[in-house]
Design a protein around this ligand. Structure first.
Ligand code: HEM
Length: 148
């Protein structure tokens, strides 16, 4: 449905901003031992996590209403893969934050947070290529023909 394909780029930036800033604050706060920054990071990660689900759903619904040029298909495949990987990593971050109290679990949470951050950035980059190189959701003839 084209409505959802048009909606997806409009709503993605809010959860991306929250997850990226949240992960950065948490990592910075953790390394510097600054509990206030860490708490702000945790808040942003939690809010971003809940806001990312409508984005995933709208992305999937939007996919049903668009024609994807062959050249853009690998980008789309990796975009979807990175999107679900990000969601899985942040599920693990939240679950470990709730139930994992040992040092090992805290270290694992930190690792997932860093990989989750990289994964969200990769999802956004690939989405940007879909929208701005290939012109999705409504590709123009010739879009993506440059070697850039
Ligand atoms: C963590 C979840 C996701 C994030 C953070 C995300 C992020 C983005 C971003 C940043 C863009 C470019 C928007 C722009 O520059 O204006 C984009 C475009 C796009 N995304 Fe996603 N995305 C996610 C999930 C999905 C899913 C699950 C699908 C499809 C199954 C999908 C399909 C698309 C498509 C087709 C585009 C091109 C524009 C459009 O047709 O809407 N995305 N995405």
């Amino acid at each position: 449905m084209i409505f959802f394909a048009r909606l997806h780029p409009l709503i993605v930036h809010f959860p991306v901003g929250l997850l990226v800033s949240g992960a950065l604050f948490e990592i910075y706060g953790g390394l510097r031992g600054d509990e206030v920054v860490k708490a702000a990071g945790r808040f942003n990660v939690r809010l971003g996590f809940w806001c990312v689900w409508p984005v995933l759903a709208v992305g999937l619904l939007g996919l049903m209403g668009i024609e994807v040029p062959d050249r853009a298909k690998p980008f789309l495949g990796y975009h979807i893969l990175a999107a679900f990987l990000s969601a899985g990593l942040f599920i693990a971050v939240l679950l470990i934050g709730r139930f994992g109290k040992s040092r090992l679990m805290k270290g694992l949470r930190f690792l997932f947070l860093a990989v989750g951050l990289a994964s969200v950035l990769a999802t956004g980059y690939l989405g940007g290529e879909l929208a701005h190189r290939y012109g999705l959701p409504e590709p123009q003839a010739g879009a993506g023909n440059t070697s850039r």
